[in-house]
Ligand binder design. Structure first.
Ligand SMILES: [Zn+2]
Length: 408
């Protein structure tokens, strides 16, 4: 029920246990503790670098926990379409977990419509006075989820990332995981979106931060299209598999196409670029240099290139979304959360990606309600295990969805 506040006396920032430990952000990586002579304290001080962007947590600084009273509210939401059978099923399950406490791994395929599945769970939680947190690994995902939630709900929502501060009473929070450090035993419902997209070193600390931010009997929901193997194994008994897309069409199954690096450099991919007018093509590269080279070789198709460190990345992505470029060369930055009508996906050197990555990339195709028979081609110099695993999983999800009667 509480929020951590600066300038207190109760909780020392950095303490010494086996090694140093930061009580603010739960960091115990010794390499992230530095010391310096602090003039105000007049002595050597050890401080934590893991949370330095948020606070100055040290052996000489203290925090307080501020009590926030629970307050039930109606929290109705506006949804102008009916949930699919699968979404209703998932929604009921989530409501059940909210009521009883416990956790679920919601393994929902790309395009399943997972946001709509959590609405009823959120309303139930808020009506019972439980605080709600939706946590995402990346700032852009936090912003997008926040926009959608503000569309659905009219109640107050706190959106926390980087320098953004708390605006309301932290009863419904959408934030990056780092921001969870502010809360102790506060949330009765924690929804972790795209759990597999968290940086791997964050893994253990993520679990601890969630545990500390959540109440004792909280409901914990992990949402993902590609669960990490560890979580899949650990939560086998608590997994909800949702194999169907909201529009009731199967996932597009990737095909393999042999293409050596030399062939690619000689322009052999050209015949695949000859396509219908009005369709869009997303080509994934795992190497920026190779992508730039290819953009030169295939320049007659006027590809736009976009990657993570690209300074004009945001403008380019906006232009791409508006349909300005029929051919898009990119790295994995568009692997998730990117949807566009009439889109085909090529993966160059597909053997270099993990199965999870390949599933996400293939999952960009045929996402809109208007059907599009899109292509997914894995270009390769030899089919790898991860490629086979991705295709196998996609086929298996289609089979399951058909069996459940969730496809047309
Ligand atoms: Zn810290």
């Amino acid at each position: 029920m509480s929020l951590i506040a600066e300038e207190g006396q109760e909780l020392r920032g950095v303490i010494k246990r086996k090694g140093y430990y930061c009580q603010y952000c739960m960091n115990d990586d010794q390499q992230l503790f530095h010391h310096h002579f602090h003039h105000r304290f007049g002595k050597e001080v050890v401080y934590c670098r893991a949370c330095i962007r948020m606070t100055y947590s040290s052996t000489e600084t203290y925090y307080n926990l501020v009590e926030i009273k629970n307050l039930p509210e109606q929290a109705d939401y506006q949804l102008d379409f009916e949930l699919t059978a699968q979404q209703q099923f998932a929604s009921r399950e989530i409501v059940e977990v909210v009521k009883t406490g416990g956790r679920r791994l919601v393994h929902a395929v790309t395009g399943a419509g997972k946001t709509e599945m959590i609405l009823e769970g959120i309303r139930t939680a808020r009506q019972e006075g439980l605080n709600v947190a939706i946590v995402s690994p990346r700032v852009d995902v936090v912003k997008e989820v926040a926009l959608r939630m503000k569309d659905y709900f009219s109640c107050d929502i706190d959106v926390l990332y980087q320098g953004e501060t708390i605006l309301y009473d932290s009863r419904f929070v959408i934030s990056t995981v780092q921001q969870l450090v502010k809360y102790h035993h506060h949330f009765g419902l924690v929804i972790v979106d795209e759990v597999d997209a968290f940086p791997l070193p964050m893994d253990k600390r993520l679990q601890q931060l969630i545990k500390r931010a959540a109440t004792l009997h909280s409901a914990l929901i992990y949402l993902t299209a590609t669960p990490p193997a560890r979580l899949k194994k650990e939560m086998r008994e608590e997994t909800l598999v949702l194999p169907a897309r909201y529009h009731r069409r199967p996932l597009p199954v990737p095909t393999y196409q042999y293409m050596s690096r030399q062939q690619m450099r000689k322009g052999k991919m050209k015949r695949y670029f000859e396509r219908d007018a009005g369709s869009f093509l997303l080509v994934f590269f795992n190497d920026i240099k190779e992508m730039e080279e290819a953009a030169e070789i295939y320049k007659e198709y006027k590809p736009v290139t976009v990657y993570a460190a690209d300074v004009s990345r945001h403008d380019k992505v906006a232009a791409i979304r508006s349909g300005a470029y029929p051919v898009i060369f990119t790295t994995t930055i568009l692997e998730r959360g990117f949807t566009m009508a009439s889109l085909d996906v090529f993966v160059v050197d597909a053997g270099n990606y993990s199965a999870e990555c390949l599933v996400q990339m293939a999952g960009r195709v045929d996402r809109k309600s208007v059907p599009y028979k899109g292509q997914v081609i894995f270009f390769h110099e030899g089919v790898t295990r991860s490629m086979m695993q991705a295709v196998k999983e996609i086929k298996e999800m289609n089979r399951l969805a058909r069996m459940k009667g969730w496809l047309d």
